[in-house]
Write a new protein. Structure first.
Length: 607
């Protein structure tokens, strides 16, 4: 086996081994089996999920992170840093709210909101519920005034105050899901017969954020919250197990907590073994974080190619390809896991579309790198995979990325045909645009670009555009058929439909411009880059900016990111059409007898 093959297989093996290390068993948190508690299945948002997903999603919605670090007073009075994971945080919220209220989880950036809360000249943007509680009535009042206003028409202050109140109310609901704040706890509630008990039980039913109790009827799907269980009259094992978990955590008794968690898992497994299996699968998925691992592998692959242009080109390019392949395997595993968990095709919402676009781009890169073996496809694919997963990461602000389908989308057939094919068209158009960007950067940064390499890049872009136009056209036609079945018309000039048509037409224009000889290298690459603008306006401009029937998530913060991206693409188009670096044209010609690409004219591995 040659050195290059050894480099490839070694990089692939190391990348996959690194990914597998994320699955190692988690240690106890201060002696508590917090991970075991995180595996317990509950119902929220219309689907069964582990408690760990509840904790991660809600903390992400409130703070924007799945864990946090803060300073608290130690036993000796000194400040010590403490890192809190999602499951531990949720346990504090449920059973030790007085401690959770002092943890900085609320993010406030707007100075008017800070002033309303009575906070002056803060040195942080993270605040505790205890700091905000004295102003909660005024926050609720201002949020109530802003709520009726259309989100797109709200001022900065109105948007910020509504967002803050929503997060505070979510936190309040979590605190009152298993037991009411300020009461002796769930265990005392089990035997309560006082006149106010019924009122407290109704309050628990109304405020509960998730449903931890199994359905009463065999094979039923109506999970119950704690308030419903208490109003049922009969004491049931599930309620007692949750009460024991609360007692053990509030008393900080690790042994009792472990026993209570085992009892809770046993009761759930006896009543709903399929729910336990499903929650266990999702818990493993949460721990593995395959898309984060994929991002790391893609970055390493890109860096390896960059180093290959300085030294050991053949060896490092094969190593980079191995890392890219490892990232593709991990990315695929994460995608397949989501498909199994949801029971749906890979694209169901904006988040999953970003994940899928990156996956298609990486697979295209793997195929092209296998064909050309120059490292260029590895760079483009690695950059595409990393960028798309970063975009997906920033689309997780709404919490659960595997939520139930909207009624109009509740069709596995059309999700698996129209949505998948149109998203493949997005990925192909973006990949061609990224090749164009690579061409521009190479043209202006490399002293003496090799003509054969340039021709290779142009050929790659042409082939990918042809791939994209096929899937874009097929997806658009299938979308028209779906629209006819759903809304009674094949085409209605909805903004999303117009965007899909523009993608098809633009890719077709690129192909015809080349066939007719109207553009050459620079023109093809500039047009490929402009495809990024058209695709972004169709994909994000409609879905995120609240336009048309196909809009499924308004985010005003996306406007400036989208504007900046489009502006950057226009700048790159200008660079594509501009003359190459002036010193490239002024570089001295090679001496007689000196071969092109020798060390005096080109650094080792330079394209």
């Amino acid at each position: 086996m040659t050195r290059t093959k050894i480099a490839f297989w070694s990089a692939l093996a190391v990348g996959l081994a690194g990914a597998l290390t994320t699955l190692r068993p988690a240690g106890a948190v201060r002696g508590f089996d917090v991970s075991g508690f995180g595996e317990v299945p509950v119902l929220e948002g219309g689907r069964v999920k582990p408690v760990d997903s509840i904790a991660r999603n809600t903390l992400l919605m409130i703070r924007g992170q799945q864990s946090f670090t803060f300073e608290e007073a130690g036993p000796d009075g000194r400040k010590v840093k403490r890192t809190v994971g999602p499951d531990e945080w949720l346990l504090d919220v449920l059973f030790r709210p007085e401690l959770a209220d002092r943890q900085p989880i609320f993010v406030i950036n707007d100075p008017e909101v800070l002033g309303l809360a009575g906070i002056r000249q803060p040195d942080t943007r993270y605040f505790t519920f205890a700091q905000l509680a004295p102003s909660i009535q005024e926050i609720q009042k201002q949020a109530g005034l802003a709520e009726p206003i259309d989100p797109k028409a709200r001022s900065r202050f109105q948007a910020a105050i509504v967002n803050l109140f929503d997060r505070m109310y979510l936190y309040y609901r979590l605190k009152n899901t298993v037991q009411l704040e300020g009461t002796p706890g769930l265990f005392a509630e089990l035997g309560a017969r006082d006149p106010m008990a019924r009122e407290r039980q109704r309050a628990l039913s109304q405020l509960a954020f998730f449903r931890p109790l199994l359905p009463v009827e065999a094979g039923g799907d109506r999970w119950r919250n704690v308030g419903d269980g208490l109003q049922g009259g009969a004491r049931e094992p599930g309620l007692e197990a949750w009460a024991q978990v609360g007692l053990a955590w509030s008393g900080q008794d690790p042994a009792a907590f472990g026993r209570a968690v085992i009892d809770l898992q046993r009761i759930t497994a006896a009543g709903r073994p399929e729910a336990v299996a499903r929650a266990g699968h999702e818990w493993v998925f949460n721990r593995a974080q395959p898309f984060y691992t994929g991002m790391v592998l893609y970055v390493l692959a890109v860096l390896a190619v960059f180093f290959s242009w300085l030294r050991w080109p053949a060896l490092l390019q094969r190593l980079a390809f191995g890392l890219l392949a490892a990232g593709a395997v991990v990315h695929t595993a994460g995608l397949v896991s989501r498909i199994i968990l949801q029971g749906r095709p890979p694209v169901t919402n904006l988040y999953s579309s970003a994940v899928f676009v990156g996956w298609v781009a990486v697979i295209l890169g793997v195929i092209l790198e296998r064909m050309y073996r120059k490292g260029f496809a590895t760079v483009v694919a690695g950059a595409a995979g990393f960028a798309s997963l970063i975009v997906a990461h920033h689309l997780t602000g709404d919490g659960d990325t595997m939520e139930m389908m909207r009624a109009v989308l509740d069709s596995n057939f059309w999700l698996g045909t129209h949505v998948v094919t149109i998203t493949i068209g997005y990925a192909g158009t973006y990949f061609a645009g990224l090749i164009g960007i690579f061409y521009v950067l190479r043209r202006h940064l490399v002293r003496e670009p090799r003509p054969e390499t340039t021709r290779t890049l142009v050929g790659m872009a042409y082939g990918v555009v042809a791939f994209a136009v096929f899937f874009s056209f097929l997806g658009t036609v299938l979308g028209g058929i779906w629209a006819d079945q759903s809304w009674g018309r094949f085409w209605g000039w909805d903004p999303k439909e117009n965007g899909a048509l523009l993608i098809v037409l633009w890719n077709a224009i690129i192909l015809h411009a080349r066939w007719g000889g109207f553009v050459r290298e620079k023109g093809i690459m500039a047009m490929a880059i402009f495809g990024n603008v058209i695709t972004s306006l169709s994909w994000f401009g409609v879905n995120m900016l609240g336009v048309g029937l196909h809009s499924y998530g308004f985010m005003d913060s996306a406007f400036w990111a989208l504007t900046g991206f489009c502006a950057s693409q226009l700048g790159l188009i200008a660079l594509a059409l501009a003359p190459a670096r002036f010193w490239a044209a002024a570089a001295p010609a090679p001496e007689a007898g000196q071969a092109e690409g020798s060390p005096t004219t080109r650094a080792p591995g330079t394209a």
